[in-house]
Design a protein around this ligand. Structure first.
Ligand code: M6R
Length: 600
């Protein structure tokens, strides 16, 4: 949450910073700001709202080749211009942008800043005021920065300017992501390489508790103790066109449409030259050594984990538990003797999941991360990584990452099963090909889903998703999609649970989206539909070919029963998309949310 950029070089920095922030808007979009510095000192421009709002107040005539910028997702203090970053110390000597949460900011404020008047409600302002305080005590900027860092508890990615030096950006990180990018006669700082691809694809990873002194022609990485670190840069394998919307009105629609191609790419990436699906030996060993697998994830990735449990248990016959990452720390189950942890995270940066990873690594357990972002924190810190190969997912609502997670989990389950000498009843390569084709059909049926959204969801205040077995998990994901982008109160329920309480919510006209893709529970879920209809509900049944009846609203193409979540979710994604459009919601950037949840 929150995105940071910095530029120091040989040309005016404003446009580079603004363009960088536009690419980081997915990380937070309630306010934004930039600070630029030249021989006349620092100038700060900040505004509540989007980058477009910030752009409109930036003074074209201020020229400066060094600057920092920030796009915010509010944690401390409401979204406002005062609380927007950059924040400055009282004399305006220091200017700071911050991504993360300083847990002990109140304590630090009371201990060090009794005589300083803070103007914002942010934890960030405490940091910048402390730096100034220590500088006033006689420390130079680097020393004051370093001393402040040793006192901070929590997460931070920081970029700092000193009004007395327009040739340096001071940078540090702990738990929040941050990269330094290298150029010819310039260097950059960014929360995500995507932001600065416009100027470089060469990046150096930063580790927690490192300080970096960034100059135009020099980058010095040090530990908090001042030990110099040499780290080679890597090339960010991102295609700038992957992060553009192209002709699409929204990233979400583009990403839904990309799903068939992502399925085909995943198969190709995990296929050996002989056409077999493969997973590296060390991951298979870890799977086979485990007596129980613990899947840890949040949001959509958690929903993928619920389906992944079915894949692994049914194919590889290893027991699996699925846990919400933010709950795991408090509600840790009794662990088995030989656990393996699987972290599922599109971004690889989710703070709640990372907190669990740190804890299980401390206990000495093995961890595998399934992520879309190579080099992300969860990928670096786990023992093993499996990549989703879905390409950048920019819309806040996760779509192609969910189906990619399911495909990779299915591959992991199948390859593990085979390595254990278990028979898998179907050819997964072929079945994923059928899935991709089915997705093509669904993406071609947008008009049907737009009609469903208009008919069922244009004015409703709530909507329930019901299903049994694996359909129930897809219903949970459908409900999350709908609520996060259309603000309709949506919940997913197990069909059999309705009469244990939930059915009391049904009123005349309540939309119920029912999934019927599983032969074994087809009659029971249809029975549940009858029960809600008898109480006035407006049912929209989505069935799978072979199980359809005349009362169904849409029938998805037939795929292997175990793989239905990969395609039954597509109508739900598209219905949510059109519902949000009909209700004039900001589809790609829903209120109160951010794509990458880097605070706990
Ligand atoms: O990057 P992650 O997969 O770890 O993110 C987890 C959730 O924050 C994420 O899936 C969220 O629920 C999506 N916005 C839902 O569409």
């Amino acid at each position: 949450m929150c995105g940071i950029v910095g530029f120091i070089g040989n040309q005016d920095s404003k446009e580079i910073l603004l363009k960088g922030l536009e690419k980081l808007e997915y990380r937070g979009y309630d306010s934004a700001g930039i600070a630029v510095i030249n021989e006349n000192g620092v100038k700060v421009f900040k505004e509540k709202g989007r980058i477009a709002d910030l752009r409109s107040i930036v003074d074209e005539n201020t020229l400066a080749s060094t600057g920092i910028g920030h796009t915010r997702w509010a944690t401390h203090g409401v979204p406002s211009t005062v609380n927007a970053h950059p924040h400055q110390s009282t004399t305006a000597r220091y200017t700071l942008v911050h991504n993360g949460v300083i847990e002990n900011y109140d304590l630090l404020k009371r201990e060090y800043l009794q005589n300083v008047t803070l103007i914002s409600d942010t934890d960030t302002e405490v940091i910048v005021q402390m730096i100034e305080l220590f500088a006033k005590d006689g420390l130079n900027t680097e020393e004051a920065f370093r001393k402040t860092l040793t006192l901070l508890k929590g997460s931070y990615a920081l970029a700092l300017l000193d009004n007395q030096d327009n040739e340096t950006i001071y940078v540090a990180k702990n738990k929040s992501p941050l990269l330094v990018g290298l150029g010819d006669d310039f260097n950059v700082v960014a929360s995500d390489a995507m932001a600065m691809l416009q100027v470089t694809n060469q990046y150096v990873e930063l580790m927690d508790k490192e300080i970096v002194i960034v100059k135009k022609n020099e980058v010095t990485i040090q530990t908090l103790n001042g030990e110099i670190i040499n780290r080679a840069p890597y090339t960010a394998e991102l295609d700038a066109s992957d992060i553009e919307k192209g002709t699409y009105p929204h990233y979400m629609l583009k990403e839904i449409d990309e799903q068939p191609a992502v399925m085909r790419k995943i198969v190709q990436k995990y296929q050996s030259e002989q056409g077999q699906l493969t997973i590296s030996e060390d991951i298979l060993q870890a799977m086979n050594d485990a007596d129980r697998i613990y899947i840890i994830a949040a949001g959509t990735s958690y929903h993928a984990g619920l389906v992944g449990k079915q894949f692994i248990e049914k194919m590889a016959k290893i027991p699996v538990e699925v846990h919400i990452s933010s709950e795991f720390g408090y509600n840790m189950p009794l662990l088995s003797e030989k656990p393996l942890f699987i972290f599922i995270s599109q971004s690889g940066e989710t703070a709640d999941s990372r907190a669990v990873l740190v804890e299980v690594k401390e206990k000495g357990y093995k961890a595998l991360t399934i992520t879309n972002v190579p080099g992300s924190t969860l990928s670096r810190e786990a023992d093993y990584t499996l990549l989703l190969h879905a390409g950048p997912e920019i819309a806040v609502a996760s779509t192609k990452a969910y189906t990619a997670q399911l495909a990779v989990l299915a591959i992991l389950a199948e390859v593990t099963a085979k390595s254990r000498g278990l028979e898998v009843q179907f050819d997964l390569v072929q079945e994923l090909g059928i899935v991709a084709n089915a997705m093509d059909v669904l993406c071609g049926a947008k008009e049907d889903f737009e009609n469903i959204a208009r008919e069922f969801l244009a004015t409703t205040r709530n909507c329930f998703f019901i299903g049994r077995g694996i359909d129930f998990y897809v219903g949970l994901e459908g409900a999350l999609k709908l609520k996060e982008i259309s603000y309709i109160q949506a919940e997913g329920f197990a069909g059999g649970e309705l009469k244990h309480g939930t059915i009391a919510l049904i009123e005349n006209g309540t939309p119920i989206i029912a999934l019927a893709t599983q032969e074994s529970v087809n009659l029971s879920i249809r029975g549940n539909v009858k029960e809600v209809v008898a109480r006035g509900a407006n049912p929209c049944i989505i069935s799978m070919k072979g199980l359809e009846t005349d009362e169904d609203r849409f029938t998805i193409p037939e795929v292997h029963e175990l793989l239905t979540p990969l395609i039954s979710v597509v109508p739900l994604q598209l219905i949510s998309y059109y519902a949000a459009l009909h209700r004039d919601c900001d589809v790609d950037k829903p209120r109160n949310l951010a794509k990458s949840v880097t605070v706990e």
